[in-house]
Ligand binder design. Structure first.
Ligand code: NA7
Length: 537
């Protein structure tokens, strides 16, 4: 017989870990299923060379545990992946989380069973478990996609997807290496691999607007100051639009004279982190001319940094403006293309025809390699849901329901999927994700506690509320230039069938507003979730 739990959580990344801590506080028997061999989610899987935070480290950690904040020292302003992973392992040790996490356990399906009002969860090895609550902590960027290029499996050398990187170090010395993909991951990988590879050939389909990260170590004195500033830092993160420490300048671009404007941009370009993206003039992502002006500023930086003008032009995006896709943060990325061992292949100009036993064939050349790195991204936001066969009331498939885009209430639930709650799912404020995770987990925990305390067996929003929220999220996307561009943020993935059309899959209002709406829903006594039940007098 299937083993039963009060709650099953899928995924042991940051959201699954914190959810486990909170469910234990409620005294619920909980099992977390995790495909990997340890905790960490994104930071467990993405071990590729150069992987690191693009956000200020200290703003991206858990804030719920004062003792943890007091005792953990960060070493770099933008921590490399190994440092973040050891932090998350430290959290898992501190809370003895692993005893409730079953590793090497990929969930294949989760079916709601009407008769028993339980979820039947089946792992890929065929083992079965049931639970009353089902909480997804599957991550928005966790379903890696290989490129839909003919012959992708024919290569006889070594190949890796960045999100399935081996645990052992990979050496590039003396090797002919290819990287396909120039998103945030590709950029980090390229600038690292270029240091040691015999040759590095970058296959770029669409250039992205990259900006300097300007990372540096944190000195012990700085760490003391950072720690003393934690309350103010987390307060600030809860007030900004997307929970980052950066906040837009409260002026429109052309309200400021050209000279002054360029001075501001110069300062932003020379400041660490996402400031130039998230701390720029407030109309940058809404006004075409304002966006064109900052794009030209950054294009000129690329022209100054890349010696060969033809290569420089290839590296300047022409089909989208600055900041309308996720801005990759870089450390001497553009200078890589001044190195003799690095070559840029523009595959819009000379498309890849196939991958074969020895390398990559484009329309005008055959390139042979020892290693091919696929930095080709993820089936984002809904992809990790699509890979699990979720079925709700009457066997309805979530995959079918969301075929033309997700439908949710508050980004945490959908109708016909009772007692299933989502962490960092579609239609919620993403931004600085750990800040969202903490709120999201605490909100879900509040709802679960309410249901348990009030003996409410079935929590589920109505179809009307789901429709209303989905329409609201869609309307927020209007006028936002980022929704006019193909990217993972608009649900487009050329490698996944049926995902060629842009959709609105994330909440683009402010995080404080999203939290306000969720908090109000809780304050109403979660009535939208419990409408079938008598409301307590
Ligand atoms: P991204 O940002 O989705 O980038 C994927 C890259 O791979 C991008 O340059 C794609 O080009 C390229 N790509 C994808 N498929 C192909 C094929 N078939 N042929 C050639 N090139 C291809 O993923 P990342 O992993 O870099 O980053 C995802 C997020 O993770 C990031 O924003 C951070 O928030 C963390 P395209 O642009 O589609 O032309």
């Amino acid at each position: 017989m299937a083993q039963h739990f009060d709650a099953i959580v899928i995924g042991a990344g940051m959201s699954g870990m914190y959810q486990l801590i909170k469910l234990r506080e409620l005294g619920l028997s909980t099992r977390v299923f995790e495909a990997g061999t340890n905790v960490g989610g994104t930071w467990y899987w993405n071990r590729y060379p150069g992987a690191r935070f693009d956000s200020e480290t200290y703003s991206y950690q858990f804030s719920f545990d004062k003792e943890l904040l007091e005792t953990w020292d960060w070493k770099e302003h933008f921590a490399p992946q190994p440092e973040t992973l050891s932090y998350l392992n430290h959290v898992a040790d501190k809370y003895d989380l692993r005893r409730d996490i079953q590793f090497r356990s990929r969930v294949k399906s989760a079916h709601y069973q009407e008769k028993t009002n339980t979820w039947l969860v089946t792992l890929e090895d065929g083992s079965e478990y049931t639970s009353h609550f089902l909480i997804t902590a599957v991550g928005p960027l966790s379903a890696p996609t290989m490129p839909a290029i003919p012959g992708v499996k024919d290569f006889k050398g070594t190949s890796y997807h960045t999100a399935n990187w081996p645990h052992e170090p990979v050496k590039f010395e003396g090797k002919r290496v290819a990287v396909i993909g120039t998103g945030a991951t590709g950029v980090q990988t390229i600038q690292e691999v270029a240091k040691t590879a015999k040759t590095l050939t970058v296959f770029q389909r669409t250039p992205n607007w990259c900006a300097p990260l300007l990372n540096r170590p944190i000195t012990p004195e700085e760490m003391k100051e950072i720690r003393a500033g934690y309350p103010a830092l987390f307060q600030r993160c809860m007030e900004t639009f997307s929970c980052f420490i950066h906040t837009p300048i409260q002026k429109n671009t052309f309200e400021v004279p050209k000279e002054e404007r360029e001075k501001v941009w110069e300062e932003l370009y020379n400041s660490p982190g996402f400031g130039i993206w998230l701390g720029n003039f407030k109309d940058m992502l809404m006004d075409r001319e304002a966006n064109a002006a900052i794009s030209e500023f950054v294009a000129n930086k690329i022209r100054q940094r890349v010696k060969d003008p033809v290569t420089a032009e290839k590296l300047i995006p022409k089909n989208h403006g600055f900041g309308t896709r996720r801005v990759p943060m870089e450390t001497k990325y553009y200078e890589v293309y001044n190195q003799d061992n690095v070559k840029l292949v523009d595959i819009k100009e000379t498309p890849i025809e196939c991958i074969n036993a020895t390398g990559i064939k484009t329309s005008n050349a055959q390139y042979d390699f020892d290693i091919i790195i696929f930095a080709t991204g993820f089936d984002a936001i809904t992809g990790s849901f699509d890979r699990i066969d979720f079925r709700g009331v009457g066997g309805e498939k979530l995959r079918d329901r969301w075929r033309y885009g997700p439908e949710t209430y508050l980004g945490m639930s959908t109708n016909n999927f009772p007692n299933m709650l989502m962490l960092v799912g579609p239609h919620m404020a993403l931004g600085n994700i750990p800040r969202t995770i903490e709120f999201n987990v605490e909100w879900v925990t509040g709802l679960v506690k309410f249901a348990v305390d009030n003996k409410i067996d079935r929590i589920e929003p109505s179809a009307e509320d789901v429709q209303k929220w989905t329409d609201h999220v869609k309307s927020l996307g209007e006028g936002n230039l980022a929704f006019e561009v193909d990217s993972w943020m608009t649900g487009v993935n050329s490698n996944v069938e049926g995902k060629q059309v842009r959709i609105i899959n994330r909440y683009s209002g402010s995080a404080p507003e999203w939290r306000r709406l969720c908090t109000e829903a809780a304050a109403r006594g979660y009535t939208e979730f419990c409408r079938k039940m008598p409301v307590a007098a």
